[in-house]
Design a protein around this ligand. Sequence first.
Ligand code: FNR
Length: 182
Amino acid sequence: MKVLLFAGSLRKDSFNKKLVNVVARIIEKEGKATPTILDLQPLNLPVYDGDIEAKGMPEGATKLASAIADADVLIISTPEYNGSMSSVLKTAIDWVSRVKPMPFSKKQVLLLGASPGALGAIRGLAHARTPFENLGNYLYPEIFGLSKAHEAFDEEGNLKDPAQYEKVQKLVHSFLTYCERK
Ligand code: FNR
């Protein structure tokens, strides 16, 4: 099973990118699936604009669409901006939804979030479900929000709290087991 992971953040030291890295290492350790991490930053996706599309699909959009098409399942970690998903994630979804053939249909999706705040981006995750569901994907019912993300990682980018690590490990395991059965 091929798992594509990406964060809905562009910044280099993104907590969501760190969480994606933790999850990819968990998947590698389990050895049942192959994780691929995609960084949205070098894709340089502009905000969706029909005039840009009319001139030709941005290269970043086709790259992201083909990575999604190639994956069996998706794991996405997004920041929460003003109680909703990041504009980066929404932009990525909107562009990919315009690529033909549209690769989003019937993908299993696990949503994660990380935030320095107390709620760990979970309000944003509730909003992030909508476009994925609208495009016909299967959203895993469980989510994980990493609160106090600015204190959560050590120098190597590992989660400091073993209980938190175990929580993520169990969620990833149950998600991949569920995907295998489908
Ligand atoms: C934020 N942040 C934020 N955090 C949160 O928990 N709830 C929120 O509603 C918001 N809103 C918000 C709006 C805007 C415009 C910015 C720039 C930031 C803080 C946000 O969680 C923090 O910057 C994270 O570090 C962003 O995620 P990455 O880049 O670390 O993955």
